[in-house]
Design a binder for this molecule. Sequence first.
Ligand SMILES: Nc1ncnc2c1ncn2[C@@H]1O[C@H](COP(=O)(O)OP(=O)(O)OP(=O)(O)O)[C@@H](O)[C@H]1O
Ligand SMILES: N[C@@H](CCO)C(=O)O
Length: 291
Amino acid sequence: MVTVRAPATSANLGSGFDVFGLALERPADVVRVERADETTIEVTGVGRQYIPENPAKNTAGVVAEELDAPAHIEINKGVRPSSGLGSSAASAAAAAVALNELYDRGLTPTELVRVAAEGEAAVSGEAHADNVAPAILGGFTIVTDEDVTQVDASIPVVACLPEIVVSTRDARQVVPQSVEIDELVSTVGDAATLTAGMFRNDPELVGKGLRNNSLTGARESLIKGFDAVRESALSAGATGVAVSGAGPSVLAVCREGGQSSVASAMLDAFFDAGVEARAYPTSVGSGAAIL
Ligand SMILES: Nc1ncnc2c1ncn2[C@@H]1O[C@H](COP(=O)(O)OP(=O)(O)OP(=O)(O)O)[C@@H](O)[C@H]1O
Ligand SMILES: N[C@@H](CCO)C(=O)O
């Protein structure tokens, strides 16, 4: 039997649509696997009622199929599904690391990122790896068609999750298919600034580059209260705010020790908009770990 914890993640970071991702210290999924003749899945924890136990429809089950590693898989969800915090990716990442160990497959962490991305494809329709990469490797990750680059970073953040459900599949429908050259230029500037900030562990630079463009900003309208939440977070000391993944979570980058006041401000703004929410004051964290 092997047990693995894999963290929540935040993809896109405003300027890096389908490219950037960040591992959060919390929340996380815990997945336990045991050898079996055929794959079965049992789900407990947050939002379990929304998660299919049919292996062909569960990201962890698809990973078992990809690795030819049948198992009884117990998933304890800490990351709410359809949260914009990489819920489906956390299970896929944990299952990939656990089954690789259980069956002694010998795949490298980067190879496991590609396997876990197939799990994501099964639920969102496309094999994007921007959540599974940080969920496995930890830190800040940059995913392209050919490569995954990982940077260890230490940046305080708040992930604020409202009681709104936005599925990645639906949220991808609202993304424009093209951008103007001016916007492309400013997005490249933001992405480069954010990346430099991650290398320097500088929340000011990361916050400057964490700005929605027309691709990631298209999701703002799906999040009731978004503008007020962003303004409140910035007034409370956040250095940058963007939609987390496909939403509805909102990610704010904070200065050292600034998470509590930013989290309170974001919760108050959601409350004033009539939306219940919970906040995770946290930091950039490590990737999937065998317990
Ligand atoms: N193991 C799993 N954990 C969570 N969701 C799963 C799992 N397997 C399948 N799903 C399905 O995936 C969907 C949730 O994934 P989705 O990508 O929409 O949300 P997310 O992973 O929280 O968000 P994001 O990718 O934007 O960060 C739900 O429809 C859920 O039923
Ligand atoms: N890059 C993906 C992340 C969500 O899984 C998106 O924004 O659709």
